[in-house]
Design a protein around this ligand. Structure first.
Ligand code: KG4
Ligand code: ZN
Length: 331
């Protein structure tokens, strides 16, 4: 049994999976305290992880009907993410693994998102293209094997796709996280009502969302409060459509460029219905993990841990966290 923790951002997560990738428990405790700030406050996130982690660990073990003696490997997100938040997960993982002298697998968060596709009952086998779009990252990778070194094909030059959703949602007066709220609002709107930029002129496989967010800001100012309020659904639908198109354009380019006919998507934005539909129409084999495995969770970290060289006891006691995505991307 693999026991995993994920605390890189604002979700406190623990999971238990078998070595074959069957999920026995996947506990996600969303903090829900960052709404009033319109984003995640690192110090608050860290303090809440501390408060929640004990209960989340217990709950995962109870759901999987095992005790810690039944665990063979402990896994934890080492980075990238908020340092103070990651530290809670890593310290807890050490404290769980060390008394039993268990091995500990440090996992890269992005490898985790990709590895959500490797879970049972329908593991998606490499090679494939992977689009990871979350609040912190937006990248396209060629997943050559199950390991922690996918080939990076493109990444965002400024905001992440989830950040574009969150910032757009804030401009339209919606709460945090903005993605799901914006998607809901957009259901009653016309995606063709406004034209927003997709950075299609930017060649290659990199993404850019900063111009889009600015375009919405100017459009909202131009319309004024009353007209903006009246056309909120149209604005949301058009803005969402631009994000979806922007992602889809790069995916199409990558599929054409590599000749790979298989695609997986992950990260919080992969929970977006219109994106799933748009990519489903590309005519390639598409793997979309269920929403609970797309947003941050520990089952994906446990899944990735199966393909990482674990550190033996007591080597991991000095393990440190890292904030930025360079490790994976330096591949
Ligand atoms: O992967 P994730 O849970 O955490 C990070 O690693 O960032 O992704 C969170 C991001 C947020 O920006 C959130 O607004 C976005 O994913 N998101 C969505 C949807 N659900 C979550 N964006 C669009 N549509 C959704 N349904
Ligand atoms: Zn994530």
């Amino acid at each position: 049994m693999i026991f995993a923790l994920e605390t890189s951002c604002d979700d406190t997560c623990a999971a238990v999976i078998t070595s074959a990738g069957e999920v026995r428990a996947n506990v996600i405790s969303s903090q829900g305290v960052h709404d009033r700030y319109g984003g995640v406050v690192p110090e608050i996130a860290s303090r809440h992880h501390l408060e929640l982690i004990g209960r989340v660990v217990d709950q995962a073990l109870r759901m999987a009907a095992i005790s810690l003696d039944g665990v063979d490997l402990v896994a934890v997100t080492q980075g990238p993410g908020l340092v103070a938040a990651l530290l809670v997960g890593v310290a807890t993982a050490k404290a769980i693994a060390a008394p039993f002298e268990l091995p500990l697998a440090p996992v890269d968060h992005l490898h985790g998102h990709i590895a959500a596709s490797f879970l049972a009952p329908f593991p998606f086998e490499p090679p494939f293209l992977s689009l990871i779009a979350s609040g912190g990252h937006t990248l396209l990778a060629h997943v050559v094997d199950h390991g922690p070194r996918p080939r990076l094909l493109g990444q965002t030059l400024d905001d992440a796709a989830g950040e574009a959703f969150d910032k757009g949602a804030r401009l339209l007066g919606l709460g945090y996280p903005g993605g799901p709220a914006l998607e809901r609002l957009a259901r009653g709107g016309d995606p063709a009502a406004f034209r927003f930029p997709t950075a299609a002129r930017l060649e290659g496989l990199d993404f850019s969302f900063a111009g889009l967010k600015t375009a919405l800001l100017y459009r909202v100012r131009e319309l004024g409060d009353e007209e903006t309020a009246r056309r909120r659904a149209d604005l949301a639908a058009s803005y969402q459509d631009a994000i979806v198109e922007s992602l889809a354009i790069r995916v199409e380019r990558a599929l054409a460029q590599t000749g790979i006919g298989r695609l997986s998507i992950g990260g919080g934005v992969a929970a977006n219905g219109p994106l799933r539909r748009r990519l489903g129409e590309l005519g390639v084999e598409l793997d979309v993990p269920p929403p609970a495995l797309c947003t941050d969770n520990a089952a994906m970290i446990a899944s990735a841990a199966r393909f990482v060289e674990p550190l033996p006891y007591p080597e991991y006691l000095t393990l440190e966290v890292y904030a930025s995505g360079e490790r994976l991307l330096a591949a």
